[in-house]
Ligand binder design. Structure first.
Ligand SMILES: C[S@@+](CC[C@H](N)C(=O)[O-])C[C@H]1O[C@@H](n2cnc3c(N)ncnc32)[C@H](O)[C@@H]1O
Length: 351
């Protein structure tokens, strides 16, 4: 969690966050039943909590934020009988086990990872803590940035749309990318990303070779210049879509929906025609997803059979960590299963 420097910084930040609030509420509401307790984790301004409480009067909505200033602002701005706000850290238990109908994590898990030493597993750990608070059948809804699968790409950006300066407010996009390459994840002991200038850019532009994940990090933040120093502290992406789904499965959640989102306003106004992303063969790539929505339901006590390929030992460790007490879990790797299949029927071992 990062407290902001002054009231203006809070205002600017919350205006940006609330710009897409209708989309956030619509995406969440689709997965929430109309009764029970719902926690809006990292609620920021409280606008989303308030909208959910207004849409569903039978719901009890609790907005939670680690920043006491956010909670004070939310309380001052929104009041309803079925709405409360409280200070809390979503990485730690806040609600009784099994007490929640739904949890909404909107743009908050990347704060948990970024301000937790850029440790991606911190997002998985926080989801596990939250899953414990869900009742069986309850839903965890995550809307956040999503990491593209790594691949080498080139990113072409204008060098003539600003100045050749380090000042993020006046810098050209190319100068800003060069600054970003030095300071990305600025709280890390070794900040920066691998990014090399290469030839063959169109006139007035520069071309850089980097990984798609780093390119997405830059493309999605290049327009947040007013609070640039704060923005570069954050690493937006931590899990790919497949990693979100695997982590949820590992903590006993069944994925109901998993959808990368390309916010049309952002793509139209900040990406198309403003940057060109190409793969290693020079083919132009689609803009990176601006967000993902993953909704997953807590499943009950049951017998689970999983095949864990030998390359996924870390997933195996997750499953062991979170499920062994709860579930009668049989994990077999593909080799073991094949051996079992090949055993003659009726052998003593099968009984
Ligand atoms: C990017 S804003 C998102 C606000 C809102 N959920 C939205 O989507 O517009 C992130 C919010 O999460 C809060 N936050 C960051 N880390 C947190 C944590 N560990 N526990 C609870 N809230 C946290 C921040 O204070 C901030 O208000």
């Amino acid at each position: 969690m990062r407290a902001r420097s002054d009231p203006d910084a809070y205002e600017r930040y919350l205006r940006g966050m609330d710009a897409s609030m209708r989309q956030k509420v619509a995406l969440t509401a689709a997965h929430v039943l109309c009764e029970g307790v719902v926690a809006d984790m990292g609620c920021g301004s409280g606008a989303c909590s308030d909208a959910l409480a207004a849409l569903y009067p039978e719901l009890e909505v609790v907005g939670v934020d680690a920043d006491p200033e956010m909670v004070a602002r939310a309380r001052a701005a929104y009041a309803r009988d079925n709405l409360t706000f409280e200070v809390g850290d979503i990485a730690r238990p806040i609600f009784d086990d099994g007490s929640l109908e739904a949890i909404f994590d909107s743009s908050v898990l990347h704060h948990v990872t970024s301000f937790g030493g850029y440790r991606h597993q911190a997002a998985g750990d926080a989801m596990a803590v939250q899953a414990a608070a869900l009742r069986v059948g309850g839903v965890l809804i995550v809307r956040d940035f999503v990491a593209p699968e790594s691949q080498p790409v080139t990113l072409e950006v204008p060098a003539d749309d600003g100045e050749e300066t380090d000042d993020p407010r006046r810098a050209s996009t190319a100068a800003l990318l060069e600054r970003f390459a030095r300071e990305a994840r600025s709280l890390h002991e070794r900040p920066g990303i691998a990014c090399e200038r290469v030839a063959d850019a169109r006139p007035g532009w520069r071309r850089y070779a980097l990984d798609l994940r780093a390119a997405a990090e830059f493309v999605l933040r290049k327009d947040y210049r007013a609070d640039w120093e704060a923005e570069v502290q954050e690493e937006y992406t931590y899990f790919t879509q497949a990693e979100f789904e695997a982590h949820m499965a590992a903590i006993g959640l069944r994925v109901l929906a998993s959808t990368p989102i390309r916010n049309p306003w952002i793509i139209r106004n900040r990406v198309r025609g403003k940057v060109v992303l190409s793969d290693a063969h020079g083919r132009e790539l689609e803009p990176p997803a601006t967000n993902i929505l993953v909704a997953a339901e807590k499943v009950g006590r049951q017998r689970i059979y999983r095949v864990v390929p030998s390359g996924l030992r870390s997933l195996q460790a997750e499953i062991d960590r979170f499920w062994t007490d709860e579930l009668d879990l049989l994990v077999a790797d593909a080799h073991e299963l094949n051996q079992r299949r090949n055993r003659p029927a009726g052998s003593g071992e099968d009984r």
